[in-house]
Design a binder for this molecule. Structure first.
Ligand SMILES: *Cc1c(COP(=O)(O)O)cnc(C)c1O
Length: 428
C-alpha cells in the first residue's frame, strides 16, 4: 500500500515507538520499497538465539531468518572464519581459482553424497540453476525436443521470487502484475503421487518439490509419499529435485529432510543456513551424469563460489556437525511439540512440525496469526506468521531447554488469552 506522506504508514502501528526505533523505521518506510510488513522492532545486535533492539530490549529469535540462522546469530567460530578470510581474499570471480571453493565443494559433496556442486548466492538463484540443469539434462540426455521441456511442481510451493520461479507459484499475489511469465511448468497437488504419475509426459524433465512445504504453513506429506515419488521419477526417467533451502542442514532433525523419507533426490538445492546467516551462499548438487553436462559459459555468477562465502560455509557445515545440531533439532523439536500440545487454547487447531520447525495452526476464528506474533513480540519472542493462520516457531538449533521453556511460557500466555484484540491495526 502506498502512503501519501512520509511516515504515514507508521500510524498503522499505534504503539508509541521508543525514541530510537521510530526514526529508523521511518527511514526504512520512506526510502525502502514497501515489499515487506515487518514487526515494529529494530534489531541492533544479536548473539545465539537472542537479539537486542536499539533501545536495548532483548528478544528471543524464534524465526532464525526463515532457517538461515540454524547455527545461531554471530556464531563465534563462523565470525572468526569470516574475519580471517576477509583479511586474505574476498572475491576472485570465477575467472580465476581460489583456495576456498574447491575444499568447500568437496566437503559439501561428501556430506550430501553427490559428485558435483554448483555454487550460487541466493536460494532463488539456486532454484533457477536447478531448473536450467533439469532442462539441459532433458535436452542432452533424454532427447526432449528443443524448448519443449516440462518441469512438474507442487501447488502451494515456495521456491523464491525471480520471474521464472514465481511463474510456477500458485500464490496469486506473487504472480499478478509480474507477467509475462516463464512457461514450461505444470502444477500438481502436493502429496498426491498419482497426480505426478498422470502429469508426466515424454517431455517431462523433472519434478521439483520441497520435502515439506514450510512457507505454505509447515505442511508435511503423508508417510510413504516420497518413496512413491522416488519410484515414479525413476520409472519415468525424470529427475527428482528437492528444494531443501529451508529444510536442509539440520532444521528437521536430520542433515537433510530426504533422510526422513529414505529417498535420495537426483538434484539437491541448498541455501539459507549454508551461509549461517552471515553471507548469502547457495548450491545445487547432483551426480556427474547431470552436473557434468555444464560447459564453460553455460551458466555463472560473479559472486558465486567467492572465497569469503566459501570459508563461511565450510565453517557453517563444521559447526552443524561438531555441535550435533541435527540431534539437537530433533530432541528440542520433540520437546517443544509435546509441550505445545498440552496447551489448552481455544485458538489452536493443530500443532505440526518436524525437528525445530513447528507450526501452530490457528482456527479461522482466532482472526489470523499476525496479532499473536505482535503480542509475542511484546513478550520478547520474535516470530512471524506464515500465511494467514500459522505461527511458525523455528529458533536457532542450539537453543537450550531452558530457553525453550522460557519461550513456551510466553507462547502459552499469548495463546491462552481468549480475547485477542490487536493493538496494531493491520494494514495487509
Ligand atoms: C527461502 C527459500 C527460497 C528462496 O531463497 P532466497 O535466498 O530468499 O532467494 C527457496 N526455496 C525455499 C524452500 C525457501 O525456503
Amino acid at each position: 500500500m502506498q502512503s501519501a506522506c512520509p511516515g504515514e504508514s507508521l500510524k498503522t502501528n499505534s504503539r508509541p515507538l521508543a525514541l530510537k526505533s521510530r526514526p529508523l523505521i521511518e527511514l526504512a518506510e520512506k526510502y525502502g520499497a514497501n515489499n515487506y510488513h515487518p514487526l515494529p522492532v529494530v534489531v541492533a545486535t544479536a548473539k545465539g538465539v537472542w537479539v537486542k533492539d536499539v533501545e536495548g530490549k532483548k528478544y528471543m529469535d524464534m524465526l532464525s531468518a526463515y532457517s538461515a540462522l540454524n547455527q545461531g546469530h554471530c556464531h563465534p567460530k563462523i565470525i572468526k572464519a569470516l574475519a580471517s578470510q576477509a583479511k586474505k581474499a574476498t572475491l576472485t570471480s570465477r575467472a580465476f581459482h581460489n583456495d576456498q571453493m574447491g575444499p568447500f565443494l568437496k566437503e559439501l559433496c561428501d556430506l550430501a553424497g553427490f559428485d558435483k556442486a554448483l555454487p550460487m548466492n541466493s536460494g532463488a538463484e539456486a532454484v533457477e540453476t536447478a531448473v536450467k540443469t533439469a532442462r539441459k539434462w532433458g535436452y542432452l540426455k533424454k532427447g526432449i525436443p528443443r524448448d519443449k521441456a516440462e518441469i512438474i511442481v507442487a501447488a502451494n510451493n515456495f521456491h523464491g521470487r525471480t520471474i521464472t520461479v514465481i511463474s510456477f507459484s500458485t500464490e496469486e499475489q506473487y504472480r499478478k502484475d509480474f507477467g509475462p511469465l516463464t512457461t514450461g511448468f505444470k502444477v500438481i497437488a502436493f502429496g498426491d503421487a498419482e497426480a505426478l504419475r498422470r502429469a508426466i509426459t515424454p517431455n517431462t524433465a523433472a519434478f521439483l518439490v520441497e520435502p515439506s512445504q514450510c512457507e505454505a504453513g509447515i505442511l508435511m506429506p503423508r508417510p510413504g509419499y516420497f518413496k512413491e515419488v522416488r519410484a515414479i521419477c525413476k520409472e519415468a526417467g525424470i529427475l527428482l529435485m528437492l528444494d531443501e533451502i529451508q529444510t536442509g542442514l539440520g532444521r528437521t532433525g536430520k542433515m537433510f529432510a530426504f533422510e526422513h523419507e529414505g529417498v535420495k533426490p537426483d538434484v539437491l538445492i541448498l541455501g539459507k543456513a549454508l551461509g549461517a546467516g552471515v553471507l548469502p551462499i547457495s548450491a545445487v548438487l547432483a551426480n556427474n551424469e547431470i552436473m557434468g553436462l555444464y560447459k564453460p559459459g553455460d551458466h555463472g555468477s560473479t559472486f558465486g563460489g567467492n572465497p569469503l562465502a566459501c570459508a563461511v560455509a565450510r565453517t557453517a557445515l563444521k559447526v552443524i556437525i561438531e555441535e550435533r545440531l541435527c540431534q539437537k533439532a530433533e530432541e528440542s523439536g520433540a520437546y517443544l511439540m509435546v509441550k505445545l500440545r498440552t496447551l489448552k487454547s481455544p485458538h489452536i487447531k493443530e500443532i505440526r512440525g518436524r525437528g525445530l520447525i513447528v507450526g501452530i495452526d490457528l482456527h479461522a476464528s482466532a482472526g489470523g496469526a499476525r496479532k499473536f506474533c505482535e503480542k509475542l513480540m511484546e513478550e520478547g519472542v520474535l516470530c512471524k506468521e506464515t500465511h494467514e493462520h500459522v505461527i511458525r516457531l523455528a529458533p536457532p538449533l542450539n537453543i537450550t531447554k531452558k530457553e525453550l521453556d522460557w519461550a513456551f511460557e510466553r507462547v502459552k500466555k499469548v495463546l491462552s488469552d481468549p480475547i485477542q484484540n490487536s493493538k496494531f491495526k493491520i494494514q495487509n
